[in-house]
Design a binder for this molecule. Structure first.
Ligand SMILES: Nc1ncnc2c1ncn2[C@@H]1O[C@H](COP(=O)(O)OP(=O)(O)OP(=O)(O)O)[C@@H](O)[C@H]1O
Length: 391
């Protein structure tokens, strides 16, 4: 679009040596594509399997189609990518930057800042100013084409922008206006409602929803094959379900379970060939333990006891015994119990008692209330609903 193309100005002072910027340095996020093979071995899988191109990003077809259209039309508005963690916001913008600039030019053209750093907006402003005003010293190449004029814009990625104060957001608004001539901003946040309306109105918004189980499964199965993970089919099902749309969580849990299923090696012992490593099989139980989610049998026992035992003390003892033996947190028990209760066919009054009661307890637990007292409250709420049934 012409309003983006006309006002490019890449002249300015020579690059300053003292600013630190890198497309992928923030939060230790690095692309496996740029690393030597030996280093890849010790990489967390979330980095090793981070999408390199936009085609590698799972799910979010509509968003990817629109972003691809922007590139084809030589148009790059300011972007806001928001949504829950581990859904591919950072990966998408890095893949887009790679597509626009090519790997070799990214260092010069992309500045990634973590907006929640406590360096303050003044430092951020200074970094942006220096970055935006430095001259572009590369000749287009390495994937970027000369006719592709959006490659002339610098890209500033502001991660975790929702952690910025209101004052910082106001300052950012000004900064965005000032450097629009040769710079585009991509704001990344978990919650759009924590961003000021003034910032929101300057960006084209994309909501990254939790990934579908099918999308998570495809990558998990690929990693299982490539890393020789020994895992039961049902354990993959449990992993995909318990990840709740968070791909980072799925890969981290899989890697942790794989590591714990691999026999320990002595410090100087060389790594044996893959075929000789005797790993234990990862089971559903391993996955539940690693995620620290209550095992389905434990939840079943808790729910059955709560529904069928009028003796409140006995209910409390059952929950407390399971909490101790399985190391469960009350917050996780509440979520699991609620999931089970909502599957029951009961009248509206009972269901409202359960839902409203458990929601309140969860809120209190999140605010630091005593687990012991709140465990009693769970028993009270569920039994209260059961008593209503018999009226
Ligand atoms: N849509 C996806 N397709 C493929 N891999 C993904 C996707 N989403 C997340 N991942 C995996 O999870 C890791 C974390 O993803 P990413 O950093 O893009 O998430 P994010 O949405 O930016 O999360 P946060 O809000 O916590 O910063 C990636 O390195 C990648 O391995």
């Amino acid at each position: 679009m012409s309003d983006y193309e006309d006002d490019m100005d890449v002249d300015g002072p020579a690059p300053s040596a003292d600013i630190t910027f890198s497309a992928e340095a923030a939060k230790g996020k690095r692309s496996a594509a740029n690393l030597p093979v030996e280093a890849e071995d010790s990489l967390p899988w979330v980095e090793k399997y981070r999408p390199v191109t936009l085609e590698d990003v799972s799910g979010h077809q509509d968003i990817l189609a629109t972003i691809n259209k922007f590139v084809e039309q030589n148009r790059l508005p300011h972007l806001l990518l928001y949504g829950p963690p581990g859904t591919g916001k950072t990966s998408t913008i890095l893949a887009l930057a790679r597509r626009i600039y090519g790997v070799s030019n990214m260092r010069q053209m992309v500045l990634e800042l973590n907006a929640s750093d406590d360096r303050g907006i003044d430092v951020v402003r200074e970094q942006i100013k220096t970055f935006a005003s430095t001259k572009q010293i590369f000749s287009m190449g390495g994937g970027a084409s000369k006719s592709n004029s959006i490659a002339g814009f610098k890209l500033i990625i502001l991660d975790e922008a929702d952690a910025m104060t209101n004052t910082a957001q106001m300052a950012l608004r000004r900064i965005m206006e000032k450097y629009t001539a040769n710079t585009r901003f991509c704001i990344i946040a978990n919650y759009a409602h924590k961003l000021s309306p003034a910032l929101l109105s300057r960006c084209t918004r994309f909501r990254f929803s939790p990934l579908k189980e099918g999308d998570i499964r495809v990558l998990v199965e690929k990693v299982v094959e490539e890393e020789n993970v020994k895992i039961q089919g049902e354990a993959v099902d449990a992993l995909v379900k318990l990840s709740k749309g968070d791909m980072r969580r799925a890969l981290n849990v899989l890697q942790a379970c794989h590591a714990s299923s691999t026999p320990l090696r002595l410090k100087n012992e060389p790594k044996p060939p893959e075929s000789e490593i005797k790993r234990e099989t990862i089971t559903t139980e391993t996955i539940y333990n690693c995620i620290a989610a209550p095992q389905p049998e434990a939840v079943k026992e808790i729910v059955e006891t709560l529904l069928s035992t009028p003796d409140v003390t006995s209910c409390l003892n059952t929950i407390n015994a399971l909490k101790t033996t399985q190391g469960l947190a009350l917050a996780d028990i509440i979520t699991a119990v609620m999931e089970q209760l909502t599957k029951l066919e009961v009248n509206a009054e009972v269901m409202i008692t359960w839902l409203a009661g458990l929601a309140e307890i969860e809120h209190r637990v999140a605010g630091g209330a005593s687990e012991m007292v709140q465990t009693g409250a769970v028993v009270g709420v569920v039994r209260g609903g059961v008593e209503l049934m018999s009226k």
